[in-house]
Design a protein around this ligand. Structure first.
Ligand code: ADP
Length: 542
């Protein structure tokens, strides 16, 4: 017997057509480099994305060709997402925060042929163009500055299309987009997504038990569109016709907060460091901004300190934590109290939100120890998180499948170490390479960071392993105090001593003005390890 269902391929083109048909009047707002607001609609977005698809084909883009973007978050990047994909190309978002040589390596490795670039980023392009095989450069005129010779203006490029055009034939497994891991753990590696993987990821992402996205939302994605598909938000927004507010290059909390208020944003997303900066401003001026009453934040990319979740709750803003990686499209788990947890008091609710949460439908997750033995979900046993599912990459672009990244039965080894509660809540204790082994005992840098950031005088903290003559490694905490506050090593030791074993409490604290960041805004622990590698334990402390 066969099913009687129609065999319809999952495709991003459906989302684009749907947005044009159903949501044409809905607004798309973008902040320009001069801070003015550019306003357009889904009707225009639909028309222009199709024009871009046609223009790209006319310019020589064949099916599967990589088209790179070097852009901030704004309307044209949104059009590029859909224009490239729906024209049969592969959207390759370049991370503009990487070193030029690294961007060049990535663009060359991916064999990018065409580039769409913001005019304000042309100086960056000039620094890596010699490393690439890019043949055609389309410049988005955000400032109105003249387009350099040899490049084509984005609007003129759209003008080469007629509008009398149809989508190429595409399979649901065809490649649509690629991202490189940001290289925090070595050479960047490419991950290639398909229509099928992203359609399924989008559907699950929008569920109430996941990010809970609705067409009635107003979304401001702080996460850059070059970081892991902006966590799938552009696809979700197009599918639902959700009003978008793109922040352009202005990501400082002083720029974001008025935009939250003026556009009545209901959902925003970004890495913890963005919100750690924002909460200091909100705390100094409570009640200054009149936010939408259901404003909420999806936060991920690194562990979200419980103190941060509590701090936003005091301003009436909910924080939901997601976990994932470039390799997982990116969302794989999300922390929302589910029906098994029953009615939770505030303390339990915050503690639950500080975990990475339950695995999403369609993805399987397990934790395994170094010998490859499955660990029980008892909230105690720890192991490496391994995942398997339709939006988890099964290999890296042009690289052999290695046992460092995949198990023999084909599950992705994430390098994240976690325990899982009996209710299925994942709690990450570390990345394998960030774990601290002191005198034979494992110490979780994530647990220490979260606890230190729970101290009222602390704005940010990162804990790293530093070589020690007696204990092999000891934790060292790098701490940024809140503006106007003072905090000492003794204060922090006392703060931690109640909740950690004596040997787990760091002896060494360094107070700094800022912690170096990765290109995606996470604490750059590799740099910290370099800086403090030669810590003199005899001269400083035990
Ligand atoms: P990179 O690996 O280069 O940092 P990704 O953005 O793909 O690039 O990062 C994925 C990693 O980020 C995960 O493996 C995990 O270590 C970390 N991460 C993501 N979300 C969370 C979270 N909610 N809590 C803790 N760690 C997280």
């Amino acid at each position: 017997m066969q099913s009687t269902m129609m065999n319809v391929k999952l495709s991003m083109t459906h989302f684009l057509e749907r947005a044009g048909k159903l949501f044409a009047p809905v607004e798309i707002v973008s902040r320009m480099p001069d801070k003015s607001l550019h306003r357009t609609t889904y009707g225009d977005f639909h028309r222009r994305s199709r024009l871009l698809a046609e223009a790209l084909q006319k310019a020589g883009m064949r099916k599967g060709d990589r088209v790179a973007t070097l852009m901030w978050n704004h309307y044209a990047h949104f059009e590029a997402y859909f224009g490239i994909i729906c024209g049969g190309g592969v959207l390759h978002t370049l991370n503009l925060r990487l070193a030029p040589e690294e961007i060049g390596f990535i663009a060359n490795h991916a064999e990018d042929r065409i580039l769409i670039v913001d005019d304000v980023l042309l100086p960056l392009w000039e620094q890596f163009r010699h490393l690439t095989r890019i043949e055609k450069v389309v410049v988005v005129p955000l400032t109105g500055a003249p387009v350099p010779e040899g490049c084509i203006d984005y609007e003129a490029f759209l003008g080469t299309a007629t509008g009398d055009w149809d989508y190429p034939d595409m399979d649901e497994d065809d490649p649509i987009a690629m991202c490189y891991t940001s290289g925090t753990t070595g050479r960047p590696k490419g991950v290639v997504y398909s229509h099928r993987s992203q359609v399924l990821h989008t559907l699950v992402l929008c569920m109430p038990d996941a990010v809970n996205v609705s067409g009635r939302d107003v979304i401001l994605p702080v996460v850059p569109m070059f970081h892991a598909n902006a966590w799938g938000v552009p696809y979700a927004a197009c599918m639902l016709g959700t009003k978008m507010v793109f922040p352009g290059p202005h990501l400082h909390p002083d720029d974001l907060l008025p935009l939250f208020e003026s556009e009545q944003v209901t959902l925003s997303c970004g890495v913890p460091t963005i919100w750690l900066g924002m909460i200091q401003i909100l705390d100094r001026a409570p009640g200054r901004y009149r936010f939408a009453k259901d404003l909420r934040l999806t936060v991920g990319g690194s562990a979200v300190p419980e103190g941060l979740i509590r701090a936003f709750a005091r301003h009436g803003i909910d924080v939901v934590q997601g976990w994932g990686m470039t390799e997982t499209s990116p969302l794989a788990t999300i922390s929302r109290p589910n029906q098994l947890l029953g009615d939770l008091g505030d303390d339990e609710r915050f503690a639950t939100s500080a975990m990475q949460g339950c695995v999403l439908p369609l993805v399987d997750l397990r934790i395994r120890d170094d010998e490859g033995v499955d660990q029980p979900w008892d909230g105690q046993a720890v192991g490496e998180i391994q995942v398997h599912g339709p939006w988890i990459t099964g290999r890296y672009h042009e690289l052999p499948v290695s046992p460092d990244s995949y198990t023999a039965d084909g599950w992705l080894r994430t390098g994240d170490v976690a325990c899982v509660s009996p209710e299925g809540y994942v709690r990450i204790t570390d990345r394998t390479k960030d774990l601290i082994k002191s005198g034979g005992e494992w110490i979780s840098s994530v647990d220490l960071e979260n606890a230190i950031m729970g101290h009222p005088a602390v704005a940010e903290a990162a804990v790293i392993a530093v070589p020690h003559p007696k204990w092999a490694e000891r934790p060292l905490a790098v701490v940024v105090a809140r503006a106007g506050s003072a905090v000492t090593a003794e204060d922090l030791r006392a703060h931690l001593s109640g909740s950690f074993a004596k040997w787990a409490v760091p002896d060494a604290y360094v107070f700094v003005d800022a912690i170096p960041r990765t290109s995606t805004g996470k604490f750059l622990k590799t740099r910290l390890r370099e800086l403090y590698r030669d810590w003199d334990w005899t001269a400083r402390s035990a």
